[in-house]
Ligand binder design. Structure first.
Ligand SMILES: Nc1nc2c(ncn2[C@@H]2O[C@H](COP(=O)(O)OP(=O)(O)OP(=O)(O)O)[C@@H](O)[C@H]2O)c(=O)[nH]1
Length: 195
C-alpha cells in the first residue's frame, strides 16, 4: 500500500530535511533550495513495507495556490505539521494550518504535530509544553523531532503507517490502535538522553 502524506509548515522549518532523514537516514547540512509554491516535491520512502508518497508544502505562494491546495488536501491520508522550535512565528502559524486542514481535509485524516530542530537547545524559543498544549487542544499527536540527529523521525512516519494500516485491516471487535499511546511509549524525550 502507498500512503498519501503531506508535510506542511513554514519555509525553513525542516520539511525537506526531515524527509531526507527518514528516507535515507542522513542529514544534509546547509540550506536546500527553497520549495516554491505547492506540491513541489514528491518523495517516495519505504518503511515497514509501507510506501509513503509525500508532498512538501510551505506557506510561500499560499494565496495564489489556494484552490489547488484544497484539492490536494482531499487526497491526503496523513498530514505532518511542522514548526521549528527556534522560530516562534513558525509555531504561531500552526493554528492557521490547522484551521485550513479542518476545513478542507478528509474528516479521518491523520494529523501529527512535529516540533523540529530539537537538537538546537540553545536557540529554543518554543517550549515543549507549548507544543504539547497546542496538540492537546486540537487532539493531535505531538513529538519533537530532529532532522539532524534523527530523533523521533522514523517514529513519526511509523506511527502514521501503523495507524493507517490498522484502519485498513481492522476487525470489528478488535481494539483500535491508539496512536497517542504508541507514540508516548516509543518517543525519545529530547534534551537529556538523545536517541
Ligand atoms: N540543527 C538542525 N537544523 C535543521 C534541522 N532540520 C532542518 N535544518 C536546517 O534548516 C534549514 C532549512 O531546512 P529545510 O529542510 O530546507 O526546510 P524546509 O521546511 O524544507 O524549507 P522550504 O523548502 O523553504 O520550505 C537547513 O539549513 C537545514 O539544514 C534540524 O532538525 N536540526
Amino acid at each position: 500500500i502507498c500512503l498519501q502524506t503531506i508535510l506542511v509548515g513554514d519555509s525553513g522549518v525542516g520539511k525537506t530535511s526531515l524527509l531526507v532523514q527518514f528516507d535515507q537516514g542522513k542529514f544534509i547540512a546547509g540550506s536546500f533550495t527553497s520549495t516554491v509554491g505547492i506540491g513541489f516535491t514528491v518523495m517516495f520512502a519505504y518503511h515497514v513495507s509501507v510506501c509513503f508518497v509525500t508532498q512538501i508544502w510551505d506557506t510561500a505562494g499560499q494565496e495564489r495556490f489556494r484552490s489547488v491546495t484544497h484539492a490536494y488536501y482531499r487526497d491526503a491520508q496523513a498530514l505532518l505539521l511542522l514548526y521549528d522550535i527556534t522560530s516562534k512565528p513558525s509555531f504561531d502559524n500552526i493554528r492557521a494550518w490547522l484551521t485550513e486542514i479542518h476545513e478542507h481535509a478528509q474528516k479521518d485524516v491523520v494529523i501529527m504535530l512535529l516540533g523540529n530542530k530539537s537538537d538546537m537547545a540553545a536557540e529554543r524559543v518554543v517550549k515543549t509544553e507549548d507544543g504539547e498544549k497546542l496538540a492537546k487542544e486540537y487532539g493531535v499527536p505531538f513529538m519533537e523531532t530532529s532532522a539532524k540527529t534523527g530523533v523521533n523521525v522514523d517514529l513519526a512516519f511509523q506511527a502514521i503507517g501503523k495507524e493507517l494500516k490498522h484502519r485498513a485491516t481492522q476487525q470489528p471487535n478488535e481494539p483500535k490502535f491508539q496512536i497517542h499511546d504508541y507514540i508516548e511509549s516509543q518517543k525519545h524525550k529530547t534534551g537529556c538522553c538523545g536517541p
